[in-house]
Write a protein that binds this ligand. Sequence first.
Ligand code: ATP
Ligand code: ATP
Ligand code: MG
Ligand code: MG
Ligand code: MG
Ligand code: MG
Ligand code: MG
Length: 270
Amino acid sequence: HKTMAKTKFEYVRQFEADDTCLQNCWVVVRLDGRNFHKFANLHDFRKPNDERALRLMTRCALTVMEELNDIVIAYGQSDEYSFVFKKTSNWFKRRASKFMSHVVSQFSSSFVFYWKDYFKDQALLFPPGFDGRVILYPSNQNLRDYLSWRQADCHINNLYNTTFWALVQQGGLSNSEAEEKLKGSLAGEKNDILFLEFNVNYNNEPEMYRKGTVLIWHKVDESIDKKIITPDAPEGKNVVVKRTRKKVLPFHVDIIGDKFWEEHSEILAD
Ligand code: ATP
Ligand code: ATP
Ligand code: MG
Ligand code: MG
Ligand code: MG
Ligand code: MG
Ligand code: MG
């Protein structure tokens, strides 16, 4: 790292605001696709859930976790993803703008980079964008409540969207008729419409749609084939080397109840 020569211009650095994140807090970065309602329509997303888009979002989030430091868990649904940096992280001296800009830019470039793996020959029509924000949570309960809030949002929206698109795609209603029918309806009423009119049991809908996606680190055992050279095998011989490695894996499970947090107690530890 080279030091810049002091010049009379140097004082402008003083204009940079201090955005150090408070010590001991969980740092959450949430990003959200810009104008994705329109983006989804222009790229023929399947309604209510385009599986390709959800898998692409998760591929990007996985890249973010693997490329950046100190992210312990991520949660995604629709066009949003939340990333949680560990309380003790001192990455970039805990500067909020560094956390947020690195997450959002890594995610955005990944979205374009991996697009074709999920959308095949369907062209990406323009460069998509994502907004980002940083939120600090001082207690484990606050952090759990934040993640519960996002998963509850996923559930509410998905139940609405699933019922709405059943009424439109199978029930022959116009968009505004379906909207009118669902205005003010309770969850139980939407479940009844799905079950009685369309023979759909909402609880049997794919978990990825109903629960969203949780990404956490997992220890995985790997066996790799290696050629080693020994005195009695100067030509080299093949051996299997076992090692454990940490890898990010996706889950579509409830994170509101205690079960998940008991099974993965290491996430909130330290
Ligand atoms: P950091 O992540 O902290 O920004 P960095 O490696 O990006 O680390 P910078 O201080 O931003 O460090 O410097 C960018 C470096 O990238 C330059 O020092 C140079 O080596 C290289 N670089 C950037 N643009 C060009 C270019 N157009 N031609 C040649 N080298 C370049
Ligand atoms: P803003 O820029 O304010 O975020 P937005 O149009 O992105 O505006 P959101 O509230 O973020 O609004 O909603 C995202 C919209 O993107 C959803 O309502 C839905 O129409 C669409 N969408 C996102 N992901 C998917 C998906 N996997 N399948 C189908 N539609 C999706
Ligand atoms: Mg640089
Ligand atoms: Mg630079
Ligand atoms: Mg929004
Ligand atoms: Mg959006
Ligand atoms: Mg959104």
